[in-house]
Write a protein that binds this ligand. Structure first.
Ligand code: ADP
Ligand code: MG
Length: 261
């Protein structure tokens, strides 16, 4: 259904505040910076990825709601961002009623997948999911080739991951898709903190190669950037957050290339 040339990756974890949106913005921006035409789809009604890329609510003429619920053409709803090679399909609070509005549609799981089927201009499409395994996240999964999971470097990091993996497996069976877990990224890592180090050991021991070598450090700059509507590459290009997300982008590309061989 999807053309070979584009890859769609859902960024998901049903826990809130683990770094999904920060990773969506900065990984997408990192790949764009490396010359790949990239689209970020914000499918969280909170619209944090849209705001974080500097697109104010009043500038979101059409959003993912129009695409998902009213089945407007996705091309008409995509907007450019201040970053070269990076476009956005924005979200807003309208989206919070989408699950209720789509309830009676038997094909409700596949809405996003069919909307994206003809989209051919992009190499990478990232979908920033809400903190729940709800219909919006399931639409993202159904449309995706893989799922990237940010894990916060704290004690309960792995909690909920088995539920997410089960959901992926079930979807694969129901849809006959080949959805897979692309990888797991440790976020908000504090090198001086024993707990962070312990969590890393634990996560690597449990998940092995699924875990990216690149680790995202805790950085005030990373948390400040979205309030200026900027990626970390614009806000603090020389800082450790930018270096970490660039390393993640390189590793992501390396994995993607070795898989497509
Ligand atoms: P999610 O999308 O999973 O809810 P966010 O990316 O919005 O998570 O991150 C939650 C909060 O933590 C935000 O305030 C964000 O700015 C902050 N944050 C995310 N990653 C980092 C980091 N590496 N260092 C410091 N703060 C971070
Ligand atoms: Mg978020």
């Amino acid at each position: 259904m999807q053309t070979k040339s584009k890859r769609i990756i859902a960024i998901a974890n049903q826990k809130g505040g683990v770094g999904k949106t920060t990773t969506a913005i900065n990984l997408a921006a990192g790949l764009a910076k490396k010359g790949n035409k990239t689209l970020l789809i914000d499918i969280d009604p909170q619209g944090n990825a849209s705001t974080g890329l500097g697109v104010l609510p009043e500038d979101r003429d059409q959003t993912v709601y129009d695409v998902l619920v009213d089945q407007k053409p996705v091309k008409d709803a995509i907007i450019p961002t201040s970053i070269n090679n990076l476009s956005l399909l924005a979200s807003n609070t309208d989206l919070s009623s989408a699950d209720v509005e789509l309830m009676s549609d038997k094909g409700r799981l596949l809405r996003l997948r069919s909307s994206l089927a003809d989209l051919s201009d992009y190499k990478y499409v990232f979908i920033d999911c809400p903190p729940s395994l709800n219909l919006l996240t399931l639409n993202a999964f159904a449309a995706s080739d893989s799922v990237l999971v940010p894990l916060q470097s704290e004690f309960f990091a792995l909690e909920g991951l088995s539920q997410l993996m089960l959901t992926v497996k079930e979807l694969r069976q129901t849809l006959g898709s080949t959805l897979f877990i692309d990888g797991v990224v440790l976020t908000m890592f504090d090198r001086r903190n024993k707990l962070s180090q312990q969590v890393e050991l634990d996560v690597r021991e449990n998940l092995g190669d699924l875990v990216y070598d690149a680790i995202i450090p805790r950085s005030v700059r990373l948390s400040e950037a979205p309030s200026y509507g900027e990626s970390v590459f614009q806000y603090d290009a020389a800082g450790k957050g930018a270096a970490a997300y660039l390393a993640l982008a390189s590793e992501f590309l390396k994995r993607d290339k070795s898989r497509s061989k």
